[in-house]
Ligand binder design. Structure first.
Ligand SMILES: *Cc1c(COP(=O)(O)O)cnc(C)c1O
Length: 383
């Protein structure tokens, strides 16, 4: 390739490994569209085996999984929920929907995950949930967070949207808190053909009610299993179940998980090796993976000097026909975050991360040749 890529290189593309259309066609041909559809069951079994969890409930998105978690905890107006500001909107929105006040604490400079040393001070008598987010599939310090939560008897909901296939001390992310939430949207490592997610219920006391909330507040599943004599309204809820067609797409991805993950890990490691000297020279900061964590190559990012350099770098890459992006507008500076929450600590690291972080393309189907082009373009910026 020349100095300018002939085609625009994307930051991400939905994972597509081959059999998605075949499985969807099979579901359609068999009219296998109900809640016990073959691929829904296969996806559930895959998650149980891979994560070592008993109750992964397939839902329509991680956003919905977080909303269900908030309902299960009976979050009410006046309750406080502690979370990082450095996260996606849905982490906050799910609890704001129930009237909670969001309490934003800072992230660690090394991992960009919730800073566990700030947690204790943010807890008040009104705290009803703690929501760590495993940024880029690199785990929060879960032993410390869980110990503090246990001392105060506060449930932990892990936002593991980034984190399928990632682990902490051998435990899958999303399996340590009372509940964990997974995403299979088009930006994540495996995809349910548009949108999809899972609510991983680890504390079994929430299970029966979760099933009802996912199925429009009814006892539909218990009735179908013959456990209840009539089908009726039981509780609040909505229609949060994953569709059979989405599950067919998702299972085609799950089946090829090793292929997908080895490709992503290769891309991640290539960036990491190629940029080491830039980091050693003090130009950029690279991702840090603590000893306890096995990450999943969900995101590769670099952190540059400041916001001015970030914008210049993004514009430079755009001129070379490469899409790169910053991540995220922190919740506490966004209009929604200001309305529904406030600072529970200083948020300097969050602001700095949002100003300086740039994501580079990582996806299944991103070729080594394309990556080499991106690597050379990045190096040209600092040449
Ligand atoms: C993607 C994402 C979500 C939402 O996932 P959806 O499946 O798109 O609803 C929630 N939290 C974080 C941190 C995310 O990155």
């Amino acid at each position: 390739m020349s100095d300018t890529s002939p085609t625009l290189l994307h930051l991400n593309r939905p994972t597509k490994v081959g059999r998605e259309a075949e499985y969807i066609a099979e579901v359609v041909a068999n009219e296998d569209l109900g809640e016990y559809s073959k691929y829904l069951l296969k996806c559930e079994t895959f998650l149980k085996d891979m994560m070592g969890c008993a109750h992964p409930l397939l839902v329509s998105s991680c956003t919905h999984a977080l909303e269900i978690a908030a309902m299960l905890l009976d979050i009410k107006p006046g309750d406080e929920v502690i979370m990082p500001s450095f996260t996606f909107v849905s982490t906050g929105n799910a609890f704001a929907l129930r009237g909670a006040t969001l309490v934003f604490i800072d992230v660690r400079r090394d991992t960009l995950c919730m800073d566990e040393t700030l947690l204790e001070a943010a807890i008040t008598p009104k705290t009803r949930a703690i929501v760590p987010v495993h940024y880029a599939g690199i785990a929060c310090a879960m032993d410390e967070i869980m110990a503090i939560a246990r001392n105060h008897n506060i449930p932990v909901i892990e936002d593991a949207a980034h984190s399928i296939f990632a682990s902490y001390k051998g435990r899958a992310l999303g399996t340590m808190g009372a509940m964990g939430t997974l995403s299979f949207d088009i930006m994540k490592n495996i995809c349910a053909g548009g949108q999809g997610g899972a609510l991983v219920v680890n504390d079994a006391q929430y299970l029966a009610r979760a099933e009802i909330m996912i199925n429009k507040g009814t006892n539909r599943l218990a009735f179908q299993r013959g456990e209840e004599s009539q089908y009726e309204w039981k509780d609040i809820g909505s229609f949060y179940a994953m569709s059979a067609l989405n599950a067919a797409y998702l299972y085609a991805n799950m089946e090829e998980a090793e292929t997908i993950q080895s490709h992503r890990m290769m891309l991640w490691n290539n960036y990491h090796r190629a940029f080491k000297w830039l980091a050693d020279a003090g130009h950029i900061t690279l991702p840090f993976v603590p000893e306890a964590c096995e990450h999943n190559a969900h995101i590769y990012f670099i952190r540059v000097k400041d916001r001015t350099q970030r914008d210049a770098f993004i514009a430079f890459m755009r001129e070379q026909n490469v899409t790169v992006a910053f991540h995220f507008v922190p919740l506490h500076v966004s209009a929604g975050g200001k309305q529904y929450g406030g600072a529970g600590s200083a948020l300097d690291v969050t602001v700095e991360a949002a100003d300086t972080l740039v994501r580079l393309p990582v996806f299944y189907g991103f070729s080594l040749e394309e990556q080499r082009y991106v690597l050379e373009a990045v190096l040209r910026f600092w040449a």
